[in-house]
Ligand binder design. Structure first.
Ligand code: PHE
Length: 503
């Protein structure tokens, strides 16, 4: 019988009365384990071997657990220190015991959160008591850690392992272990003699041009065979989302804008008719730049026009803010708090020269805000900025654009709420229904730019515009309930690896 090389090697290494794992065979014949598995499946198809599959539960200590092997669990250290100070007799100051135990940083929290749970005593209003009947030498979790370290996982109860897993002290994983056994046909084949057939695994141009392809035997593919898990680099899920949004907007006829991440307040705020004493412009809310502190140059005519709009308003009966306007304040550099600075640069002609209507522009870039971190806020986010310049735009155009945009992501349940921006009138906040919680969450802000903004920039037709949050769109699409599940360093690595590209 003729078989491909790999199958012959595996067949020869297999035994009829003793199961052997594919791992062991791979080691014995010095072959890649995945190739052995593949050959084994092919041999099984031919009835020459039998494959027995078992699930093996592996348990590994985490780095944190490793440190406890020497240092011991923090709650045990706390207990021993407490007893040494007499807390088994009457309660003592918690701070004193922590000091005595030499616990610092995170270890303190860990000790405190496990101490009472495991019956070592009670902690109340800064005082600690130790249970005289507790025995730290009989600690189940400590014993389990030692046993795992010594390779005796099998003796640990599932419950103990579960507790350790909850505390992040062990990682558990299940893998499939395959063993092979020769069948009667396999034994017969070996007795009759098995030869290695030259098989070709890949069609090459040489094979085709030489005509040799007609004579060779091609290896068969087993598409069901298990393959090794590969985790190569891939595009981040949020980046994928950003690219999808880009495609959608380009499909809707928008052109991409580019511009600086650090910009002068002039472009970020003054051009948007944001008064210089607006609360969002105080130093708490900006990430100001220290070096350099100011932009070198601003277009003089534009500065004059913007200053005059702020002071006196625009038009015959215009009203400005009549508040101070300071050029140095306008020149100050900061991380942009929104990407509407790019819109200002484009509308003013600064970015690519005068623009004639109709025009549609967008950007998907980072904006920075000094927000309080929570489930829907980070200090930075990706803003989907967009605007349409045309004669005679109305709120219907704005709403229609959002309806069309969000529909492409399967989001049809959006709501508009009247809002206020110094630079738009009317203004609308956008809300979308979260697929998991059912709540309406804010997904963007929009409006039609007011003359006080457009006139100084030299635009004499209508412009409707918006800033949407990419992360919020992502939350609606994926059902993620916390922005930190889609942006930032806390993302689950398995999620990053296995999240399907949805399109
Ligand atoms: N700059 C606004 C924000 O960051 C978004 C916006 C842009 C609103 C353009 C209206 C017009 O919330």
């Amino acid at each position: 019988m003729k078989l491909p090389q790999a199958q012959v090697a595996v067949l020869n290494a297999a035994s009829a009365d003793e199961e052997q794992t594919t791992e062991r065979i791979a080691e014995e014949i010095d072959m890649d384990p995945a190739a052995v598995t593949r050959a084994a499946f092919e041999l099984e198809d031919e009835g020459l071997v039998e494959i027995v599959e078992r699930t093996s539960n592996e348990v590994e200590l985490t780095e944190e657990a490793e440190t406890y092997l020497d240092e011991r669990l923090p709650e045990l250290r706390l207990y021993e220190a407490a007893v040494s100070i007499g807390a088994d007799d009457e309660s003592v100051q918690l701070g004193q015991v922590i000091g005595e135990a030499g616990l610092e940083g995170e270890a303190v929290d860990i000790a405190l959160s496990n101490y009472a749970r495991k019956g070592y005593g009670t902690i109340d209003s800064g005082e600690i008591e130790a249970n005289p009947d507790a025995d730290p030498d009989d600690d189940g979790e400590a014993a389990a850690l030692d046993a795992i370290d010594e390779g005796n996982v099998a003796y640990q109860s599932d419950l103990a392992l579960e507790d350790l897993e909850k505390r992040g002290l062990v990682d558990r994983s299940a893998t499939t272990v395959r063993s092979i056994l020769l069948t009667d046909e396999g034994v017969t084949a070996l007795m009759e003699g098995v030869e290695a057939a030259e098989t070709v695994g890949q069609v090459t141009s040489d094979l085709i041009t030489s005509g040799e392809w007609d004579d060779v035997e091609f290896a068969e593919y087993n598409v069901e065979a298990d393959a090794e898990d590969l985790t190569p680099g891939k595009t981040h899920v949020l980046r994928q989302m950003s690219e999808r949004v880009k495609d959608v907007l380009v499909g809707m006829g928008f052109q991409e804008m580019q511009g600086p991440t650090v910009d002068a307040d002039f472009w970020i705020n003054d051009c948007l008719f944001m008064p210089q004493d607006h609360p969002a412009r105080n130093h708490w809310d900006r990430f100001a730049l220290d070096n350099p502190e100011q932009i070198d140059e601003l277009p003089e005519d534009l500065v004059d026009a913007v200053e005059s709009a702020h002071r006196e308003g625009v038009g015959a009966d215009g009203e400005g803010y009549h508040s101070p306007w300071d050029l140095d304040f306008a020149k100050a550099l900061a991380l942009r708090g929104h990407t509407t600075s790019l819109t200002a640069r484009h509308l003013s002609g600064e970015a690519m020269g005068e623009l004639e209507p109709p025009k549609r522009f967008f950007s998907i870039e980072k904006a920075y805000r000094n927000d309080t971190l929570d489930a829907t806020h980070l200090l930075e986010f990706f803003q989907i900025e967009g605007w349409v310049m045309a004669e005679d735009l109305s709120v219907r155009d704005l709403m229609g654009t959002f309806t069309e945009f969000y529909e492409q992501f399967g989001i049809t349940d959006i709501e508009f709420k009247p809002h206020y921006n110094p630079y738009t009138e009317p203004s609308f906040e956008l809300f979308g229904r979260h697929p998991e919680t059912g709540e309406m969450i804010e997904i963007g802000n929009s409006g039609i730019f007011r003359p006080e903004m457009l006139e100084p920039l030299g635009v004499d037709c209508d412009v409707m515009a918006w800033g949407l949050a990419l992360e919020r769109l992502m939350m609606l699409v994926t059902g993620a309930e916390d922005i930190r599940d889609v942006h930032g360093t806390l993302l689950d690595i398995d999620y990053l690896r296995s999240e399907e590209a949805i399109y």
